[in-house]
Design a protein around this ligand. Structure first.
Ligand code: SF4
Length: 108
């Protein structure tokens, strides 16, 4: 069965309500607000450089919980693209991306 995709809104429409937070593994495991989708969206909106932007697993769960259908994953990808262009990348992220580029398991 084909999954219906929602019409998504940009991060400017985020009201920082935090209803997306339970969708994040990084947040639910750590209970660290800096890893919460709400915070990550805020960072992306303010164009702040932070390793917190690498905490998101981009699995779409946070987006599913957002009542305003904010495009969280797209915003995180765009923010990471900007960080990489500026040379602001974590060692772990470089390793994961390197493994993916080589067609290997990124978590090995
Ligand atoms: S992305 Fe959606 S659920 Fe998350 S804080 Fe913003 S408006 Fe609330």
């Amino acid at each position: 069965m084909k999954r219906k995709t929602k019409e998504r809104r940009g991060i400017a429409a985020c009201v920082l309500c935090g209803q997306c937070n339970p969708g994040s593994v990084a947040y639910t495991r750590s209970h660290d607000e800096r890893r919460a989708p709400r915070h990550v969206v805020w960072l992306a909106r303010k164009r702040r450089d932070s390793v917190s932007l690498y905490a998101c697993m981009l699995n779409g769960r946070a987006e599913e919980l957002c009542p305003l259908a904010i495009s969280i994953d797209e915003a995180v990808i765009e923010a990471r693209r900007r960080l990489v262009e500026k040379g602001f990348e974590t060692v772990d992220n470089k390793k994961v991306v390197g493994q993916l580029v080589e067609g290997k398991n990124p978590y090995a």
